[in-house]
Each structure stands twice: as C-alpha cells, then as structure tokens.
Design a protein around this ligand. Structure first.
Ligand code: LLP
Length: 417
C-alpha cells in the first residue's frame, strides 16, 4: 500500500494522519485512495495500444458509487451480476454499451432491464439461460447480444471458495458442451452471438492458469471459426491477485501483454477483462479502534470495534490481511502475540491471528488491503451499522463517499405486525 507510511511515529495515508480520519469520521472506517484506483485501472489498458479492448471493472469488489463514477470517467466498462449492480453503474454514469452481465441466475426482470438499457452483452452461464434470454428478447422485439461463459476446467490454484473454473464449479458452460450450445445460440431468432468468456477464480498469483485458460478458450474460438461462427470479443475474466502478505502476483500489464500475444492470430477481435480485486484491494484500508485488551491464560486478545460484519474475508476464507498499529512500533515497547477479534458473537470473528503488537485500549489499528470485498460484503449482523466510507482525493484532501449507517437505518423497511 504505497500511500501508507509512518511519520513522526504515527501512521499517515498520503499526508493525512490516520488518527485525524478516525477522529473526524469515527471508527470503524473504510478509506480508499482515488489515485491508487486510477493507477491500477490504467495499468490494464496501457499495454493494449494496438488492440481494441475494454476493461470491465467487476463491480462486486467494491460497488460504491464514487468508485464506479471515478472508473466510468476513466473509460471503464463494468462487469455486473445483478439488477442492483446494473442500476448502480447506470447511476454512476456508465455507458450501457460497456456493460457485461455475468452471473448464473439472471431473472426475467434482470434480463428485461438489461435489454432496455442496451448493455454490451450477457455472459451466458447455461443453456436454460440462453433460451430465457431469447424468449425475453423476442417479447420485447429486441436482439440480445450474448457471449458464452465457458468453464475451461483449469485449476486456478487459489482458495477453493474463490475458484470458479473447475468442472465441479457451478459457473459457466462445460467445455465439452460449449460447441453445441454455440450452435444452438446461432440458431435462435433473437440472439446475436458476439463473444466468448471465461473466469477461473480470484486472487490468482500465477500467470500460468490464465494462459492455460486462454489456450482452451482460443482452441474453441478456432473451432467456432471453422463453423463460420465469428466472434467480436474474447473476455478473459478477472481474477488477478494482489499482495496481502508476500504474494508476488504478475502485474496487470504483464498479464495483458501475455493475453494480447495469444490473440495475435486475431487482430480484429476485442479483448475484454473483468478485474475487481486488483483495482481496489490495495487502494483501501479499514481503520478500527481497540476497545479492550484481554490477557488470560496464554491468550492475548485485541478486541476492536470492527468485526466479521465489516470485513468477512478472514472469517470466510481464512484470509491473511496485514494489520498495522497507528503508533509506529518501537523496539522497547511491551508487545504480545494478539488475536485481533471483533465484537460479533461468533468465535470465527477474528480479523487476524497471532500478530505481535503493542497496543492499548483506545489505540487505532489499520487493516490493509481492505478495498476489495470489504465493504461490499459487509452486513448488519448483530445489528451493527455499516461503517462510513471516505475517499482520499488528493494528498491532503478527503471526502465522505458513504455516510455511516444510523441506528434507524438498521430497521428501515421493517414493520410491526
Ligand atoms: N468476473 C467474474 C465473473 C467474477 O465472478 C469475479 C469474481 C470477477 C470477474 C472479479 O474477480 P477479481 O478480479 O476480483 O478476482 N469475495 C472473495 C472473492 C470472490 C470473487 C468472485 N468473483 C474474496 O474476498 O476473496
């Protein structure tokens, strides 16, 4: 996280003291860097100068309107998976013809709205979905552009919960069936086949699974061509990992360079990708306050005011996320091997295990790399209001991009019998 550093013994984001942010906005608090998001996004396209391309940000990673608007202004396309995400990106100023719609369970209402908006294409994940899209388009007197999401049966070598490209995963159309589904698709009256798509998983730290998947997809593209089915675009999905601890994932520019090389035989085909995490993860942090420390038997707990409701990644995927104290550690400090735990009444509510820290009540801690799948997966479990979100817009300028939820927000929409 290149915008975080210690200065005079305290942690700063750019030129802004973390303690000032905590004081002004309260904790827990999500903070993002607009500059980092911009840099990460632009890295995807900068090597694709001679290739028609569209970088479709995967909205699920962080769907705050300000982030979507920032990316829309940079020319981003968007990968969405629900009506809610569609309405969000439209509200944020996305161009409809830059939106691709993924997801295994698209409802009739979602399909209708997407057709009315005029999205670029549906990433179709089953035969049944293909027929539903054709039916809905027919009723509306429209032609639906589609791409088939192929499951290339490649091991992404990542956590099983975020691996999506294996035969046993629910995603996409099996590699063996793909050709026959394409043949059906071209025969349907209200379908226009425009692309092919794959996404094999998330937090991939090696290049090879991407390239293996690309080879499998391109073998299909060649077969389709032989049958006179010509595609306008190939979508390689998202999934590029980031550094949480000491991972060394390839850079976005290397990934794009290598994928682009694979497309040499197809100079006119548009390259699409759907990155989420790699654009926002290391742009974000979660500032928390230590409510108590507790030392009993051999166990040391730093009990903070953020929990699995605010950031579920450690509890759900055993994810390791860096935790930095706001006060710069000194060698002389008394420290303990802490489990950093939240307020939620679950034993799994642990944000970090076994961290050597020197902290006291009311100190601040910062969870790093929290920009992706942090707030977007937050919930109100235990009736905890969700945190505020703040964007660092310049070296010493910041702005709220989502108010902290109020207590009243917790029961909005509920009624007594
Ligand atoms: N495209 C599709 C179809 C996807 O399903 C996903 C993520 C992406 C793109 C973006 O992948 P990314 O570039 O962010 O890796 N909550 C988990 C990650 C779930 C990813 C789901 N799909 C986590 O916190 O690790």
């Amino acid at each position: 996280m290149d915008f975080l550093h210690y200065q005079n013994g305290h942690l700063f984001a750019n030129k802004i003291a973390i303690s000032d942010l905590a004081q002004q906005y309260g904790t827990p608090l999500y903070v993002y860097s607009a500059a980092h998001i911009t840099k990460q996004f632009l890295e995807y396209s900068q090597v694709l100068v001679n290739r028609k391309h569209l970088v479709c940000y995967a909205v699920k990673a962080n769907s705050n309107l300000a982030i979507l608007n920032l990316l829309a202004k940079l020319g981003a396309g968007f990968d969405i998976v629900s009506l809610g995400e569609l309405e969000r990106v439209l509200k944020a100023g996305a161009e409809p013809n830059k939106i691709v719609f993924s997801g295994v369970a698209k409802s009739v209402i979602e399909i209708e709205r997407a057709l009315r908006a005029g999205i670029k294409c549906f990433n179709v994940e089953s035969e049944a979905e293909l027929y539903r899209i054709n039916d809905v388009a027919k009723q509306m007197g429209k032609i639906a552009a589609i791409s088939l999401r192929i499951n290339p049966d490649v091991d992404a070598k990542t956590h099983p919960y975020i691996s999506t490209g294996l035969r046993e995963n629910k995603f996409g159309i099996s590699y063996q069936l793909a050709l026959s589904v394409y043949r059906q698709a071209v025969s349907l009256t209200n379908i226009k086949v425009v692309g092919i798509d794959c996404h094999i998983g998330s937090q991939l730290t090696e290049l090879s699974p991407f390239l293996d998947a690309a080879d499998r997809v391109l073998a299909l593209v060649a077969k389709l061509k032989a049958e006179n089915i010509h595609l306008e675009h190939i979508d390689f999905g998202g999934g590029l990992g980031v550094c949480y601890a000491d991972e060394q994932p390839p850079s976005a520019s290397l990934l794009m360079t290598e994928l682009n090389k694979k497309l040499l035989p197809y100079p006119d085909i548009e390259l699409l990708c759907e990155p989420g995490r790699s654009i926002v993860a290391n742009a974000g942090l979660l500032i928390c306050k230590v409510e108590y420390t507790k030392h009993q038997d051999d166990n040391h707990f730093a009990i903070i005011d953020a929990g699995m409701n605010d950031l579920i990644r450690p509890a759900l995927y055993q994810a390791w996320m860096r935790v930095l104290p706001e006060k710069e550690p000194q060698n002389t400090d008394e420290s303990y091997n802490y489990n950093v735990v939240g307020p939620i009444c679950e034993s799994s509510d642990v944000l970090a295990y076994q961290r050597q820290l020197s902290v006291q009540q009311d100190d601040l801690l910062v969870v790093c790399s929290a920009g992706a799948y942090g707030f977007s997966m937050a919930s109100n479990y235990n009736s905890q209001p969700r945190p505020a979100e703040v964007m660092l817009v310049a070296d010493n300028q910041h702005q709220v991009i989502r108010q902290r939820e109020s207590i009243e927000d917790l029961w909005r929409g509920e009624t007594f019998l």
